[in-house]
Design a protein around this ligand. Sequence first.
Ligand code: TXA
Ligand code: MG
Length: 318
Amino acid sequence: MINQSEIGKAVDILRRGGLIAMPTETVYGLAADASNPAALLKIFTVKQRPIDHPLIVHLADMEQLPDWAIDIPDFAIALGQALWPGPLTLVFKKAPHVSDLITGKQSTVALRIPSHPLAEALIRAFGGGIAAPSANRFGRLSPTTAAAVREELGDEVDFILDGGQSEVGVESTIIDVSAGYPVILRPGMITSQQIESVLNEEIITPQKKSPRVSGSPASHYAPHTKTRLMKSMVIPHFLNSLRHNDLPVAILTYSMCPLPQEDVEWIMMPNNPQQYAHDLYQTLRELDKKDYREIVIETPPEDLSWDAIRDRLQRATF
Ligand code: TXA
Ligand code: MG
């Protein structure tokens, strides 16, 4: 299943300071050698990302943690042991050598051990840490397939390692452990409840305390087409009020029965959060390629298991 010659090629490019696209279980990453500042700078250029937005360093196993982090708390080890490899990122106090380009000049570093077999094989063969933000232009939808990476970045990435469609579909849960207690900085498909059940204590939830996280400013994870959230009970009224226009409206629903109407295209989304997250970015990306007047997304449930999806949709529709 793992193509060793492709891994070898990717490792060569990383060692020479190039950029590759790395599949992970969450989304595809734009990967560079985390210890090579010139390579890291290329990430910011290609993504058009502000230089002070910190990057996640991807590792193969927990033995590598002390190469990048200091003062690692016991509860963080417990989280890592329970949930790594997987869609979890922990923010630690940084080791002295870690580049300002990775930390955004903060005193912390974000580390993640991904579970995608190709990512694991790549990081292991490379031997060091791999810095990788999502492989999209700044502010846009993260790619969940190799084809989506190519659409986003074209030949500005030296090589794309194709690992199929990302299983999880939205970015990792980020937890800051650097203050000695856990704070969720970005919700993901690993929920606050799962974290609490590992730690056996309540944890500080998003929004209440939020250092610099690049998902945080206004519009992010956004299609180009105008996109908004709408409660299901409002959608029929909205449809009634539509005036004819050259372009149709797309409605994404997980719970409604499509009401056939001219100028309206219904897209049925899965009604369980794992499958919804898996499909979300790819669906929006496909819709964005067509000409819609706007994309209307049914507001997702309040349930905790939908936290990550609500978070991304709120940013996409800001
Ligand atoms: O699932 C993921 O996390 C994907 C895959 C490729 O691993 N990566 C990803 O990277 O989403 P990116 O750069 O698109 O988002 C990483 C987030 C950013 O919002 C960044 O601000 C935050 O992590 N971050 C990185 N280092 C941090 C730090 N030291 N303190 C606080 N936030 C940090
Ligand atoms: Mg991103």
